[in-house]
Design a binder for this molecule. Structure first.
Ligand code: FE2
Length: 400
């Protein structure tokens, strides 16, 4: 098999997938969905773009929310993207039935990895949806669809937002619609050039918190009794498990951590870093058996909060706000402990959690019989921590 030198290591592909970076839902109910994701869950809109100028001539716009929203929970310019499904359709985009996900996005190690990854996808006859550099966000990228039609993106170099909460102003955006020539100038040089041209580098967008800071969360005044500190995993229903498994292992470079068989259904859990899984694949036949909405082939999108107490607070907060919460068989989520599923206004499930099992040098998950027994009918007030409770990346910076 051909080997690629990636940063001095021989790999089976010209890039190494590092982590799930962001995720994108299409909505049929944009106003309600924006309320759910920003006002209730606390994703912060870093930038938005009105897509009307990209519409084909003659498209009727009056009933559409034509805005693409980029939202974050930490320093990354966006971890979550939301837009109207009708808007995408009006733009002429075609998606396979059940695809309500605009992108599942993987961070790789360098710009070279993105560019070589795109060439390698092409060589292996994968469809390229687009390549270049996103603005806003400034991340260099290439997109290819998975076998069910979910766009997967490789990216490098996401814009980082700091203490002032300001995104890069439009005048700083240097977008590309094709793979770039290499090398490119550094972001430092881009900023220096803009300053020299008189651009006000503090003229970007700053998120405005819609809620008052009424909650004391472990000593900090907060607008909600919890804080998002991570995203993932993503769960997909797939039509052909073997085909999807080949795509996500051979092409995207994820590794299988564990498989389970539940009620005769084979379910596969894949990782890219130390988290037990960042992606899980389930057969589509399981969707009806679980009584889940038929609209989407996305089983769920994970949102991590800071700790177990915040998880309990989050569930209670969302229920009080009228959000439907459900529990599903814990056997379907190996490597995770207490978790709850909140239904967004479109019926997408958001998996709320505070813990993910960590996989180390030998690649082995915790034996199933050594895992915590989860009783969703009686969540304890507090837990004895697991051995890997605070392993993995902590949240950087203040909560609010
Ligand atoms: Fe993206």
């Amino acid at each position: 098999m051909e080997k690629f030198n990636v940063g001095g290591y021989w790999l089976d592909r010209p890039f190494q997938t590092r982590r799930l970076g962001h995720f994108h839902f299409f909505s049929d109910r944009m106003a309600d969905a924006m309320h759910f994701y920003t006002n209730l869950l606390g994703f912060q809109v870093s930038d938005s773009i009105d897509m009307r100028k990209r519409f084909p001539p003659g498209v009727e716009l009056s009933e559409l929310d034509s805005t693409l929203y980029f939202a974050r929970y930490g320093g990354d310019h966006h971890a979550f993207v939301l837009c109207s499904m009708q808007m995408m359709t009006a733009r002429g985009r075609q998606f396979a039935p059940g695809v309500t996900v605009g992108q599942i996005t993987w961070q790789v190690g360098s710009l070279l990895e993105v560019v070589r990854g795109e060439e390698w996808f092409q060589k292996n006859k994968l469809q390229i949806l687009k390549s270049g550099r996103d603005t806003p966000g400034s991340n260099w990228h290439t997109y290819t669809p998975d076998p069910d039609g979910h766009p997967n993106e490789l990216y490098y170099g996401m814009e980082q937002i700091g203490w002032d909460g300001l995104s890069k102003p439009n005048a700083l955006h240097r977008g590309f619609h094709t793979p770039p020539e290499l090398p490119q100038i550094a972001e430092y040089q881009e900023i220096e050039q803009a300053v020299a041209q008189g651009v006000d580098i503090a003229s970007g967008n700053r998120f405005r918190e819609p809620r008052s800071f009424d909650f004391d969360v472990d000593g900090v005044r907060m607008p909600r009794p919890f804080r998002i500190t991570g995203i993932g995993p993503v769960r997909l229903f797939v039509d052909d498990l073997e085909t999807s498994l080949r795509f996500y292992t051979q092409r995207i470079g994820l590794r299988v951590t564990e498989e389970v068989v539940w009620n005769g259904h084979r379910c596969i859990f894949l990782r890219c870093g130390t988290e037990h899984h960042s992606l899980a694949l389930y057969p589509t036949a399981l969707r009806a058996e679980l009584g889940l909405a038929q609209r989407s082939k996305c089983f769920s999108f994970g949102v991590r909060v800071n700790d177990y107490q915040q998880l309990r607070n989050c569930v209670a907060f969302l229920e009080k706000e009228g959000v439907s919460i459900k529990h599903l068989p814990p056997e379907l989520f190996p490597g995770m402990e207490y978790c709850a599923f909140a239904a967004d206004p479109d019926g997408h499930l958001i998996q709320l959690h505070a813990y993910m099992e960590q996989v180390g040098w030998d690649g082995r998950p915790r034996p199933a019989d050594q895992r915590r027994k989860i009783d969703n009918s009686a969540w304890p007030e507090a837990l004895d921590p697991s051995s890997d409770n605070w392993c993995g990346e902590p949240f950087f910076g203040p909560w609010a």
